[in-house]
Design a protein around this ligand. Sequence first.
Ligand code: HXC
Length: 519
Amino acid sequence: MKDKTIRKTNKQIIEELQARRELARSGGGVERVKKQHNAGKLTARERISLLLDEGTFEETDMFVIHKIREFGMDGKTIPGDGVVTGSGKIFGRLVYVYAQDFTVFGGSLSSAHASKIVKIMKLAIQNQAPLIGMNDSGGARIQEGVESLGGYADVFLQNALASGVIPQISLVMGPCAGGAVYSPAMTDFTFMIKGTSYMFVTGPDVVKTVTSEEVTFEELGGADTHTTKSSVADGSFVNDLEGLKEVRRFFTFLPSNNNEKLDPRKTDDSIKRISPSLDTLIPQNPNTPYDIKELIETIADENDFFELQKEYAKNIVIGFIRLDGLTVGVVANQPLVLAGCLDIDSSRKAARFVRFCDAFNIPIFTLVDVPGFMPGTTQEYGGIIKHGAKLLFAYAEATTPKVTLITRKAYGGAYDVMSSKHLRGDANYAWPTAEIAVMGAKGAVEILNRSDLNDKELIETKTKEYEDRFANPFIAAERGFIDDIIIPNNTRFRVIQAFSKLKTKNQKNPKKKFGNIPL
Ligand code: HXC
């Protein structure tokens, strides 16, 4: 008997596949895409194609749909279910990506949507490649209920498991509200887009009901808020285009995983390049500020510095440079702001960065010009002891190569904290202008001569005496706390030399599950 069913031809089958793909690629449809563009935002697929090297994106789970039946969702499906996931390359290196598609159910997260994200997170961990998430979502899929909440928790779990194994980067490019904010917060770096992205646990309406505060979306959770006030975001960009371009640049500084040593980037910048301007960087007057970023940029390969959290806790500067082609994390006191004092915010900012570098074996270059911890009730009540201890702890446990340079002040506890020899600094240098002491001369003399404070002449003489004795790097160098006092113009060479000898460093902490950093 002949088979009477009319089978599709292979051509028809392939055409059907193409049509299904086209449907998935069209997302929420022409009108919603237009709305997305009019809001100044690119679509999920446009974002992915700009982030990745041309033609490298391989999509997974393009045909996934939700299983929701309630609230009119039965049969109302769009393939992909509001998130585009897959892998590709950035400057030839493998990366896993997901981009929420706001044109499909507002990018809201259903359990199917979450499963897609979880699948590529697991692949990223297994294949030891970084993960970049682009968030643009109305939050939990309201029609689904608790399953979507479960989906979020599944993502959070993978964020925690991936932490310290592969770098995780979040680009918040639209709404990110409720518990949804916690996935970006659990990743290593979060970047936002000015004017079109926001992050908050509860929106302005709930805020008004609960606290009677009237606040706009932008004030509550816009890019400026999170880069200047909360430190939730590590940086922000003017639009999607700039954000994606800069994340590509940022990616070049990061290894793919905690086992990989990044290949050095080719550079024509000579390691022996002398920088005469550094000989006069430190002002004659020890209380005159100068910009530590000048030093960082001067010694970096091609003067290229990717600064993180630049608008937050400006009294400390963090970011990445390359030295002779190799990525180095920089932590530097900034004398231009609060005289470079360590306070709660700067300690937290630097501690997390030190831990990221250590987790991924990125060498740390620490620049020290610090008059001490910030005094006062605001700091004490805010827990400066605990927060300062975070930085101390982070440096102490770090086994990645550590090179330290004291340019001027290294006073008190802050001397200890800032990657001192005592915390296993591998190479500790000072410029001849360094002052390493328990505290500044004036303060020290006033404490030691309390009963003679009215004798101005005596105080001046004693201050001069204290400065002559302690305001230099030689006492520390005599004790071996400083390995060498170097000529400023030769800093690039000396620091590169130090790091090159540390390439084979092998240091281990006592075996444990993990240390209990004062969170
Ligand atoms: C289902 C949603 C949605 C959601 C938006 N949409 N959010 N669908 N679940 N959570 C849909 C809208 O119905 C609309 O569909 C489309 O997405 C675009 O939304 P608009 O409101 O038209 O866009 P816009 O005016 O730009 O406003 C964006 C918005 C708003 C501010 C994000 O949509 C909004 O407030 N959404 C709800 C936010 C929220 O409360 N989410 C739950 C948070 S609690 P159509 O078909 O008309 O295009 C949460 C808990 C997580 O997330 C806990 C994890 C632990």
